[in-house]
Design a binder for this molecule. Sequence first.
Ligand code: NAD
Length: 344
Amino acid sequence: MNLLVTGGAGFIGSNFVNMVLKEHTDVKVTVLDALTYCGNLDNFSQDVWKNKNFSFCHGNILDKELVFNLMKNQDEVVHFAAFTHIDRSIDLADPFIDTDFKGTHVLLEAIRQYPVRRFVHISTSEVYGSAQKVPMDESHPLDPQSPYAAAKTGADRLVYSYFLTYKLPVVIIRPFNAYGPNQYPEKLIPFFVTSAISGKNLLIYGDGKNTRDWTHVFDSIRGIWKVLQAPDIEGEIINLGSGEEVDVVSIAKVVLNTLKNGNGELNMEFIGDRPGHVKRLIASQDKAKKLLDWSPEINFEKGLEQTISWYMSNNEWWGKIIDKPEFKDFEKLWYNKLKENIKH
Ligand SMILES: NC(=O)c1ccc[n+]([C@@H]2O[C@H](COP(=O)([O-])OP(=O)(O)OC[C@H]3O[C@@H](n4cnc5c(N)ncnc54)[C@H](O)[C@@H]3O)[C@@H](O)[C@H]2O)c1
């Protein structure tokens, strides 16, 4: 089987590629990734680089000629590529509209011309906005609250329209918050962990009582693999979430308790809230259980402990990232804006 993975050098994509190549010797994986600031070749394991079933294409999903050429030889596609950081989308929405929405359109046109057996679109729980009823099932109203979420909602609906209009074999997955190894350190859990290891306060939006449904990335990728295998699910929309709701302050406390050894100075620092901040997300898992026989195996307490350990043992991986201007400059600009309560 020839599998195209877009955005495979990012957090979830690289965990997915590492797992597929390790566990499925009959799958040839091509990663198409533009290596934006959060795409990272270090995310692939050494075994992946040696694996003859792996090829890497450095390119952009907006490059129509390249995408059409690659699509000629694919049986299945998992589409992760996106700009993903909500804060950055508030600062500048353009790359989110371009990659997340228009880039998805390029891929859909490519599979119209060069059909595949299945196209798995990785959407997001952010399309729902804050919970209007809990748990949130796939019929929950769509109410995106940030430019990132709106661009992803546009893509999610565009993919669905190609199912209805052209009968393309798409499946739409809406993961809730994922965490684990290889996550770029601007995202909440690695941001807290790397801040604490570096002796910095943990910066918390608003009152820190916002909750999210956290899923360990190893569970998320197991679910995505099942989506490729499950029969007769074309046109389905499926949540991947743990059903475990945890607020930000509780996560900060665990991180501080684990890492403050020898540094009693560490603390939480409450700063202005993020505009459009989603208050609450919690997944219904019923459909994933029914259609995929999937539910998470790693509970949040254990998963968070393992993730903290991973960042403690992989200083080199994240140390290189936080030294780069793409990370440092944005962090400084964004948190200064929030601290000054400038709302744009
Ligand atoms: N991380 C989460 O908690 C989460 C939750 C729900 C949904 N998602 C979705 O899952 C997908 C993967 O998320 P992630 O956290 O791994 O993201 P990430 O930001 O870590 O990685 C995104 C990858 O896409 C690549 N990319 C960006 N623009 C590109 C372009 N134009 N062409 C080719 N490659 C491009 C980047 O280089 C990077 O490797 C995204 O679609 C995201 O919306 C993530």
